[in-house]
Design a protein around this ligand. Structure first.
Ligand code: URA
Length: 238
């Protein structure tokens, strides 16, 4: 009897959620499938229709299609998927990494491997996540073989995609993780150890560089510095 009542209640609550989803976003539910990253649905844009003009959505879709069929450098020969990025429009923070790794190449979503799970924890500590107020992307959209550093020519041909993403997504702050994205956007050849700890600007957008989560997973002594950088961006956000 008690079980029956619970089932009725669950069904009723699910119905209420469906109605709520319908009013918020049409027929397509925006609810997450679960907290486990492996259970999450494939890359999709979470669009807040109150903030986004339809033409921006269409242009971003167009850009994703262009990236999907891009053959501007040799990285396209070995890729399984392009990884354009994912998150929300008008993000508080746009996180910019280097390039997809093996896991990302397999499913076409950014930062879903060990480094990504760790990055999600960093972001959670400053009340940011890719489903509500953040967008996560990379300088390079295809996986370099054996995760080697991207070549300067590869960065040069891929960077315009990131620039177009920035124009369409309109983030308020940038967090670059790792040497490659930090050097590229800051326009410096200094190492990440020297670059981090300060605020820069990329086309008028405040930018905070920090270590790459993979580097911190390998070297836990970098954790303190990352926390300082996260506090720095959190202070800017306030
Ligand atoms: N490392 C990156 O820089 N980007 C990813 O998407 C995954 C790992």
């Amino acid at each position: 009897m008690a079980d029956g009542r619970n089932t009725d209640l669950t069904q009723f609550l699910e119905l209420v959620q469906l109605v709520e989803d319908f009013y918020k976003s049409g027929f397509k539910s925006t609810r997450q499938a679960g907290n486990n990253i492996a259970e999450l649905p494939p890359a999709e844009l979470k669009v807040d229709r109150t903030l986004v003009r339809p033409e921006r959505t269409a242009k971003l879709e167009e850009l994703y299609q262009e990236i999907k069929t891009c053959t501007k450098c040799d990285l396209h020969f070995n890729r399984l998927h392009t990884v354009p990025g994912e998150g929300v429009f008008n993000p508080l923070i746009m996180v910019i990494g280097e390039a997809p790794g093996q896991q990302e190449d397999k499913i076409g979503r950014p930062f879903v491997g060990k480094a990504g799970i760790y990055l999600d924890k960093w972001l959670k500590a400053i009340n940011v996540d890719r489903y509500t107020n953040c967008y996560i992307g990379n300088v390079i959209k295809c996986r370099p073989p054996e995760n080697r550093d991207p070549h300067p020519e590869e960065i040069a041909v891929c960077l315009p995609y990131l620039e177009r993403q920035l124009e369409l997504l309109k983030p308020k702050f940038l967090l670059t993780v790792g040497r490659i994205s930090s050097q590229t956007l800051i326009g410096s050849t200094k190492g990440i150890g020297s670059l981090r700890g300060g605020t820069y600007f990329y086309k008028h957008l405040p930018l905070v560089p920090t270590f790459h989560p993979s580097a911190v997973l390998r070297n836990q002594s970098l954790r303190g510095a990352v926390w300082e950088d996260l506090k720095l961006i959190r202070a800017l956000m306030k």
